[in-house]
Write a protein that binds this ligand. Structure first.
Ligand code: CP
Ligand code: NVA
Length: 304
């Protein structure tokens, strides 16, 4: 079987992404019914973290174990990666020992360098540019609450970051529209998104961007790795808080999502994230389930 890495959503067709989502929903049902599904017996997942994590760490480890496999956790501190062994040599070595690798790192180029030298499939657990497992999770959560995302409108408020770029890739592939309210001085990097401009619209005002949307979503103003910009960003993003006014402008019953961790009073008002339209904890739980569909696709291919 040819290796299919899961590095970014644009590497997949709509049919493939929908298949992973359907499989994730099926595997979730099995687990909720208490029926074991253990296709990874005898398999080993290696997780490499070069940035902090709570959800990614716990959901990948719990998910792989629940499917019958074992997991090894490697952090840059405490491994030779932290003492400047190259990412290429690391990939050549560890991919002879394990069946699947998940990496959270800085540049997408570093993830790609690992994948290029790996004998086994590699999953992106977040880079500076993309967070594809989170967006698959968010779409799965949307499907559970509202049905298919195709033809819908999603509002993104805040930073043009890894989350927004994976959202934009998903919109192009799966056929929904993104309204993005992004502050001046933080332009979209067009080299990171699919060609064309028919699948997104840019706004200055979050209230305007929310109109006609079935989902409003946001993320931290400062992503991991950009901490020195924190104070400037606090000032520049002050008007990019998802508050009750923004939610009121969206369609009635619109969902609120946030990949977490969140900062109440910055990118989202407490009344919104802790309010009735918020599904952030369903979303967090679905990391466990969505990634099972992705890992199954990487290890087993198309499963009917
Ligand atoms: N949303 C997310 O990726 O969370 P962690 O940083 O805790 O893994
Ligand atoms: N955009 C955030 C997401 C954290 C899960 C970051 O990269 O830090």
């Amino acid at each position: 079987m040819t290796i299919r890495h899961f590095l970014k959503l644009a590497d997949f067709s709509a049919q493939e992404l929908n298949h992973m989502l359907e499989r994730a929903l099926w595997i979730k049902q099995k687990q909720k019914a208490g029926t074991p599904y253990r296709p990874f017996e005898g398999k080993v997942l290696l997780m490499i973290f070069e940035k902090a994590s709570t959800r990614t760490r716990v959901s990948f480890e719990a998910g792989f174990c629940q499917m019958g496999g074992s997991v090894i956790h490697l952090a840059s501190q405490g491994s030779q990666l932290g003492r400047s062994e190259s990412i290429e040599d690391t990939a050549r070595v560890v991919s002879r020992m394990v069946d699947l690798v998940m990496i959270r790192t800085f540049g997408q180029d570093r993830l790609e360098a690992f994948a290029d030298n790996s004998r086994v499939a590699v999953i992106n657990g977040l880079t500076n540019e993309y967070h594809p497992v989170q967006i698959m999770t968010d779409i799965m959560t949307f499907m559970e609450h509202k049905g298919s995302i195709a033809g819908r409108k999603v509002c993104w408020v805040g930073d043009a970051n890894n989350m927004s770029y994976s959202w934009l890739e998903a919109a192009k592939i799966l056929g929904f529209h993104m309204n993005l309210a992004i502050p001046e001085g933080y332009p979209l990097d067009l080299s990171l998104i699919p060609e064309g401009s028919d699948y997104y619209t840019l706004f200055k005002d979050p209230v305007e961007a929310a109109q006609g949307c079935d989902l409003v979503t946001t993320d931290v103003w400062t992503s991991m790795g950009y901490e020195e910009e924190n104070e400037k960003r606090r000032r520049d993003f002050a008007n990019y808080c998802v508050n009750e006014k923004v939610m009121a402008a969206a369609n009635p019953g619109a969902l609120f999502m946030h990949c977490l961790p969140a900062h109440r009073g910055e990118e989202v008002a407490a009344a919104v994230i802790d309010g009735p339209q918020s599904v952030v904890f369903d979303e967090a739980e679905n990391r466990l389930h969505a990634q099972k569909g992705i890992m199954e696709f990487c290890l087993k291919g198309w499963v009917d």
